[in-house]
Design a protein around this ligand. Structure first.
Ligand SMILES: [Fe+2]
Length: 156
């Protein structure tokens, strides 16, 4: 029986004893822009799903599907952030976009390694991407959030 895809999206609000989590969502990751915080929570859930699938040796087809979902969601999320930064004239836009592009590149490398049967290498990269995502949220995204919030107040 196919598993319910929504049921596989794991967040800290829905802990499951049988599931393995790499990241637990924490309130301090919130940057104060609701739409972006929702995106980040979803990204964390997707990365946790991949991790759980790795650890539990899920069929390759499951992993390939969730990799594809992560790739398209990342693209959607980064575009949303980049549009916001442009709309507010955020001065750190250029560097922030470079960081996004690097993440997309590494994600693609991870997917390729997985597809070529190099599970251990893609697993290591997954751990790296998780760490990267959290530090990006706490640093670059938080800075963007502060800039947008202060600009919002000035123009309100
Ligand atoms: Fe970002």
């Amino acid at each position: 029986m196919p598993s319910d895809k929504r049921g596989r999206m794991k967040t800290s609000e829905q802990p499951g004893a049988a599931h393995m989590y790499l990241i637990t969502w924490n309130a301090r990751y919130a940057i104060g822009i609701e739409e972006i915080d929702d995106h980040h929570r979803h990204l964390v859930a997707l990365l946790n799903t991949i991790y759980d699938d790795f650890v539990n040796q899920a069929p390759n087809r499951n992993l390939a599907n969730v990799f594809a979902e992560l790739a398209s969601y990342t693209q959607y999320h980064f575009s949303a952030e980049e549009s916001l930064m442009r709309a507010y004239g955020y001065p750190g836009y250029g560097l922030h976009k470079v960081r996004h592009d690097q993440f997309v590149e590494r994600l693609e490398t991870m997917r390729e390694q997985f597809c070529n049967g190099r599970r251990q290498m893609s697993f290591d990269l997954l751990t790296f991407l998780n760490t990267w995502l959290l530090s990006h949220i706490l640093d670059a995204d938080a800075d963007m959030g502060r800039f947008i919030a202060s600009n919002h107040r000035m123009t309100a």
